[in-house]
Design a protein around this ligand. Structure first.
Ligand code: AMP
Length: 206
């Protein structure tokens, strides 16, 4: 292995970060870890965790940091995440940034890049509304969408300033076709010496 690939992908709901995150993770041969997906699977499966978080998710609020960070630590300790990971939807606020920092530091690890997908508000709303029609997610109602975007702007966007100070943020224009945006991400990572072709993944760089 030539280098680690520890990435975050950050962007508002409807920025396409889920889809792009999967592509980046595959190319670098690391697992994509999306906290929202893990929570939804637990709700669907009726697990103890699912029962604890169902109401919170349906209201579009944030699950408490303690519970979320514990979930992420457990996941990142699995063997498949030893050489890297791509986190989607975590950290979502300052507390979670500190939790992740502490966890990585305890393992002598650090992030390689924070991919920021920049998409204007109207565009995100249009895309979430479209997804609500296609997938019927219970947290994609108009009121809940507005709530989630407000939380993003208030709590999540500021974490980018912290990562910017550390020179980790790779800003990507998220408006365009799926392939265009993917191409921008791989080009920007390669510019920072993070080349998918050097890794054990399928090297599907655009
Ligand atoms: P997402 O699919 O990332 O939009 O997440 C769906 C929902 O899961 C969010 O609206 C929150 O209720 C919950 N969730 C996901 N990730 C986090 C997180 N890092 N911290 C707190 N709650 C989260």
């Amino acid at each position: 292995m030539t280098h680690s690939a520890r990435f975050l992908i950050v962007g508002p709901q409807g920025s396409g970060k889920g889809t792009q995150g999967v592509l980046v993770a595959e190319a670098f041969g690391v697992p994509q870890v999306a906290t929202g997906d893990i929570f939804r699977e637990n709700v669907k499966g009726g697990t103890e965790l699912g029962k604890q978080v169902q109401e919170i998710i349906e209201a579009g609020h944030l699950v408490p940091d303690e519970l979320t960070s514990e979930l992420v630590r457990d996941r990142l300790q699995q063997p498949d995440a030893a050489g890297g990971f791509l986190l989607d939807g975590y950290p979502r606020n300052r507390g979670q940034v500190d939790d992740l920092d502490a966890f990585l530091a305890s393992r002598g690890e650090s992030l390689d890049a924070v991919i920021e997908l920049v998409v204007p508000r109207e565009e995100s709303i249009a895309r979430i509304t479209q997804r609500a029609v296609e997938q019927g997610r219970t947290d994609d109602t108009e009121e809940v969408i507005a709530n989630r975007l407000a939380i993003y702007e208030r709590e999540t966007a500021p974490i980018l300033d912290v990562y910017r100070e550390h020179g980790l943020v790779v800003e990507i224009d998220g408006v365009g076709t799926l392939d265009e945006v993917t191409g921008r991400i791989f080009a920007a990572l390669a510019e920072r010496g993070l080349d998918a072709a050097d890794r054990g993944g399928n090297g599907a760089a655009a």
